[in-house]
Design a protein around this ligand. Sequence first.
Ligand code: ZN
Length: 614
Amino acid sequence: MQTSSPAEATAASQLRERPAIPDRFKWNLSHIFPDWDAWQRTYEILDKKITEYAALEGTLALGPDKLLTALLLADEIGRLEYLVWYFATLKYDEDQRDNDINAKRQQVQILVAKGGQATAWFNPELLRIPLATVQQWMAENADLAVYRFAIEELYRQQEHVLDAKGEHLLSLASRFSTSPNESYAALSTADVKHPTIRLSTGADVTVTYGQYRAILATNRNQADRAAAFKALHGLFAGNINTYASLYNAVLQRDWFHAQARGYSSTLQAALHGNNIPEAVVTNLLETTKAGTGPLRRYHRLRKKVLGLDSYHVYDTTIPLVEFDRKYSYEDTLGWLPESFAVLGPDYTGYLNEAISGGWIDVYESPGKRSGAYSAPVYSVHPYMLLNHNDTLDAAFTLAHEMGHSMHTVLSHAHQPFVYAGYTIFVAEVPSTLAEALFLRHMLSRATDERERSGLLQHAIDGIVSTFYTQVMFADYELQAHRLVEEGKPVTAEALGEIYFGLLKAYHGDAYDYDDLGRATWARIPHFYSTPYYVYQYATCFASSAQLMKQITEGSPADRQDAIDRYLTLLKSGGSDHPMTQLQKAGVDLGKPETVRAVVDQLDALVTQLEKEIA
Ligand SMILES: [Zn+2]
């Protein structure tokens, strides 16, 4: 996950053209293909293999050998798709103004869609064979047994699939189920008239979403921040009944699909895919709500340090200390081996390979894709895209993406293709753990108290935004969905009441409340686009906090055991249900202590910050 800070964007005039950037700061895509000719040849092989696959239709029932042939060919197609897709995509991200490369990228999309159609027969055909028969085949054939988890998953997912008539009806209904989200986007983006406010300096500012975040993060005048908050939330409050009606459509749609597929609740429907027990979510919500003490202490400290008489939601992101130290890419890279040394030679070996060259595209240049990511190119290595601008955020982004890449490389090295990818439910564990280890190292080497305060605040803000806020959002979604499940009316007032109640339950007397805060829920895009999604950021964060505790505290033998279990998790890719994978690593998300690890982590950081600031 990436947080955006528009105030830190590098001025376009300072940008170097890509050829002017030395090669050691660019990724080397010749590790995938030496040139476009080689790419084209593989593209054609892939096309041929897709045609071969289509010809296997109707053969599965003939026995284990035929099933294995289809599975192996599907893997080969998938592996080649990674290569041709990422070569074109990564090239495109170097300069998105290049139309020829964009055309090649779209060419791959068309071929991948063809691949999807050519393989669509497989699942229904396999599912017509009784599971017991397939299990018998796997017991007798070791090569086929590799696919056991994937095959059994397919049968498990089948439990909530309807007959052909029912599925057809649902597919017809799915054509309008994206409509509430599209209407939300139109109302809040395309049709929105952003208001203009006059700042205390006399300057007029149009309050777009980016400007709003920038004012809250950089403007030291509270009245300016208040004006921006009122202007932006006034937009939502002004259309609040329309937003409530759109959100009601989201809730009704989710409940319709859940009931149609035989789930007892919308939450159960949302969790079935990854086989997550509902107790994981209820434990997360309850334990977090009971652990808001350090959150409130942090906000009270902010109020005091900022010298404010009253403290509002729009006062929560302005930095406590002004601190403008630069973190160059090379310095940051140099700190990583020490930061991660505790994880042992298996991990740092791959890390040194990643650092030595060709994996990372460092600097911004005209046309380059914004943000940061780690791309898993199976059978080559991960590539990382950065837009490093020497800020503290950029330094942590490098640590974060490196965490993803080490997960990928360990998973690819130890898993067959079918399990090389991992779910979102575990994906943000290694990245946030890498950030925590990096923070620990940075705090140990910082001699300047301003830098230490800046580091602590960065870490605390990360916990507030990726944990507390996301859990509060998840709580809101669950309560809102329960309104429709219990047949209660969904009105702007009811939704505002849920949100306002949560805001107060989390922040108590640490906040002064504005009535406009009731409209905040209407602004959150995830509520409309991907219901029941954000809680996964929080469960990843809790898992990583618990692992961090186990890796860095206790006896040396216990710590070593924890490290071994953690590396096993990274090496396990997507070979099991995520809850089982985490349990093997020593993390039980059904238990309050796992969630309390985050509360304890925040408590320790706030205590440290209180000391530094005193
Ligand atoms: Zn991430």
